[in-house]
Write a protein that binds this ligand. Structure first.
Ligand SMILES: Nc1ncnc2c1ncn2[C@@H]1O[C@H](COP(=O)(O)OP(=O)(O)OP(=O)(O)O)[C@@H](O)[C@H]1O
Ligand SMILES: [Mg+2]
Length: 280
């Protein structure tokens, strides 16, 4: 098989190329022929209502789906189809080249292990030969990057000793500590209040710029996606209805469903005396 970079020079900087991905659980089709591409430094927003297949799409990229899932299509990362890799090789990608952050920071952290140790663990998995102090240095650098206050003093604190926003920063530190090329963020701000949400979005934008990080940013909220995504794809019932530059999607939505999603999100122009549109 010829990787796309060799067959098509214009596609040379494509990092992730998802081709005709389908996932079903028994007779339930969760993802139905989804295709999209992501380049280095670029953010693609994936929006759609609950159950539209956003998380299943993201989990299938890292092959983290339940055993009853059946998957078809291709997930090319730098031209290598992740769906056909042996599990042992897949582990070299997960958390190393491709990292993921989730909606609920508390459940993604181990409650009985200090946050410093948890991030250190993520470093050691991929760099087993680093010394204790080198690992600690990397952890502290990552905590600094995400602007966690007093990182060295709080290294040995446990997850419950941090606020929700701080926990999400810790998870982001764990995701970026091995300098991945791609970050999958599945509703990373949904559990946070708006002020903290804005801070986390700002942090993600900064990390993307500093590290030329590609990001797949998943949200049910178009207004949130618009703050980070260069391009946005709209999903409904397992399919991508349309994909466009984010500004263009807002200006000129092609699909009735996208128009409804846009009407359901308040903007500065929204008449506050009228109720917001609801999704059918
Ligand atoms: N392990 C599973 N077994 C069976 N069905 C599943 C499983 N995981 C997901 N599904 C189904 O796949 C569909 C897509 O789910 P998915 O979690 O991707 O939605 P989503 O777009 O992420 O929604 P939300 O915005 O609520 O997170 C749903 O119908 C869901 O019930
Ligand atoms: Mg989801």
């Amino acid at each position: 098989m010829i990787p796309p970079s060799e067959s098509d020079p214009a596609a040379a900087n494509v990092l992730l190329d998802v081709q005709n991905l389908s996932v079903s659980f028994g007779s339930t089709v969760a993802v139905d022929g989804v295709s999209f591409q992501l380049r280095a430094g670029e953010t693609l927003g994936l929006v759609g209502e609950s159950g539209s297949g956003k998380s299943v799409t993201s989990f299938s990229i890292l092959r983290l789906l339940a055993a009853n899932a059946s998957t078809s299509g291709r997930v090319l990362f730098r031209g290598i189809d992740l769906l056909t890799l042996p599990e042992r090789e897949m582990r070299g990608y997960r958390g190393r080249q491709i990292a993921m952050i989730f909606q609920e920071p508390m459940t993604a952290l181990n409650p009985v292990m200090s946050v410093g140790e948890q991030i250190a663990e993520a470093v050691r998995v991929h760099h087993p030969r680093l010394s204790r102090s080198e690992v600690r240095e990397r952890v502290l650098a990552a905590l600094d990057e995400v602007a966690l206050p007093d990182a060295s003093r709080r290294y040995s604190d446990y997850p419950h000793q941090f606020s929700g926003g701080q926990r999400q920063r810790i998870l982001i530190a764990m995701a970026v500590v091995n300098q991945p090329a791609l970050l999958i963020a599945d509703e990373p701000t949904t559990a946070l209040d708006v002020t903290v949400q804005a801070q986390i979005l700002k942090l993600l934008r900064r990390l993307r710029e500093q590290h030329n990080l590609a990001m797949l940013f998943i949200s049910h909220d178009l207004a949130v996606t618009a703050q980070v995504a260069d391009r946005t794809a709209v999903m409904q019932r397992g399919r991508i209805l349309e994909e466009n530059a984010t500004a263009e999607l807002f200006r000129n939505p092609q699909h009735a469903y996208t128009q409804r999603l846009l009407r359901a999100a308040p903007t500065m122009q929204t008449d506050r005396n009228r109720p917001l549109a609801t999704l059918a």
